[in-house]
Write a protein that binds this ligand. Structure first.
Ligand SMILES: Nc1ncnc2c1ncn2[C@@H]1O[C@H](COP(=O)(O)OP(=O)(O)OP(=O)(O)O)[C@@H](O)[C@H]1O
Length: 372
């Protein structure tokens, strides 16, 4: 898969910018706050329909403008795709694929596959369960875009169920309608079990890949384990078993849920435990070890997406490469070679291994403009 051209109109600090990618690696170099990450954010938006920096479209539209646009030409094995996303400071975004307006936006997921690696990814080790769940969900969206509907459905049910519990807590005299709660319980367990099952399947596929990268980078001295920690005890019997256990668990926590006014059981409470040599990585890791771990996870993600979709995804490295020592840079270089189109941002080229610079096109970003 290859991102051939990108055009930005009134997006973040770009007024009008077209960019053709002509090498397997592109390095965007520039001072702070010039627009390097904004450019990667535009690509991320086309790929996932989300930005990890904001959930409001009005932040993405250039100041004092009412609408902005991102357009891309993507070369896939099956042919060329033209994708455009129009963002409005007031009003809904619109999307076209090959000039056809798309009513169901989630259907566009999968047109452009990307793996992003930024310094924020260190939060996979250092941060809380939310970061790790979001990561799993983002990988699942790339692997099976249908997961977006499942996740949306789950959050809708969760919101409704929480509203019911909250209302009960607020109006203490009002008894909780057991039938209504039962209905939400069944829906939560049905969809929740499917979400968990997909996440666990993903972990099973990521684990051996991450382990092998991790042991290669750490020189075989450290053993990585990824362990899914579900809030519903997990048996391997299959969806019916999970559904039944899920309902049991909800009834066990019923009093706590009613007094707290929120749902305490389900995949929105799950976590992933990362251990190195059986010690939790969060407590164990030096900065270097944590970087090795995150790099192994990202390489596993890259490899898995490639094998599932049958084409290499585009790799986005936001300000992270210069932070890796030369050994880790070379591991990464070896893994991606020229097979993965890679777009890299940095404030300085000095820390790059010469091999990176040889095979890359280097572009300077200054005040919302790309100088070629
Ligand atoms: N909606 C917007 N309209 C105009 N300018 C914006 C908008 N959103 C962000 N900016 C500007 O974009 C710049 C930030 O760009 P970006 O985050 O891409 O920086 P960067 O080049 O990646 O720098 P760093 O190396 O610090 O990460 C800031 O100057 C900010 O004011």
């Amino acid at each position: 898969m290859y991102l051939n051209r990108l055009a930005l109109v009134n997006f973040r600090n770009y007024a009008q910018q077209t960019l053709g990618f002509s090498a397997p690696k592109t390095i965007l170099v520039g001072e702070n706050a010039q627009g390097k990450s904004n450019l990667l954010e535009a690509i991320e938006l086309l790929s996932t329909l989300r930005s990890h920096r904001t959930s409001r479209d009005r932040d993405l539209v250039r100041e004092n403008e009412t609408q902005g646009q991102i357009l891309a030409e993507i070369l896939r094995d099956s042919g060329q795709l033209d994708l455009s996303l129009t963002l409005r400071s007031r009003g809904r975004r619109t999307l076209t694929l090959n000039s056809e307006p798309q009513r169901r936006h989630l259907d566009v997921l999968g047109a452009l596959n990307t793996v992003e690696f930024s310094s924020l990814d260190l939060d996979l080790v250092r941060g809380g369960p939310t970061e790790r769940r979001n990561w799993l969900d983002a990988v699942l969206l790339q692997l099976e875009p249908i997961y977006a509907y499942l996740s949306q459905q789950y959050h809708h049910i969760l919101k409704q169920r929480n509203a019911l519990l909250k209302q009960h807590r607020r109006e203490e005299n009002r008894p909780l309608d057991p039938q209504q709660l039962q209905l939400w319980n069944q829906q939560l367990a049905t969809i929740g079990a499917k979400v968990m099952q997909r996440r666990i399947r993903l972990m099973d596929r990521l684990q051996p890949l991450a382990q092998s990268w991790h042991s290669a980078i750490s020189g075989q001295i450290e053993q990585l384990h990824l362990n899914y920690l579900p809030s519903v005890p997990w048996e391997t019997e299959g969806p019916d078993q999970i559904y039944a256990t899920f309902l049991d668990r909800l009834s066990q926590r019923a009093i706590a849920e009613q007094s707290q006014g929120m749902t305490l059981v389900g995949p929105h409470r799950d976590d992933v435990q990362l251990t190195i040599n059986e010690t939790p990585a969060r407590q164990y890791g030096s900065q270097g070890q944590q970087r090795t771990l995150v790099l192994a996870l990202k390489l596993a993600e890259l490899q898995l997406i490639e094998s599932v979709i049958g084409e290499p995804p585009v790799l986005l490295l936001d300000d992270v490469l210069a932070e890796l020592d030369l050994k880790r840079q070379n591991q990464l270089l070896e893994a991606i070679q020229d097979r993965f189109q890679t777009i890299i941002t940095t404030t300085h080229l000095g820390a790059f291994d010469a091999h990176w610079l040889e095979s890359a096109e280097i572009l300077t970003v200054s005040q919302g403009q790309i100088l070629t």
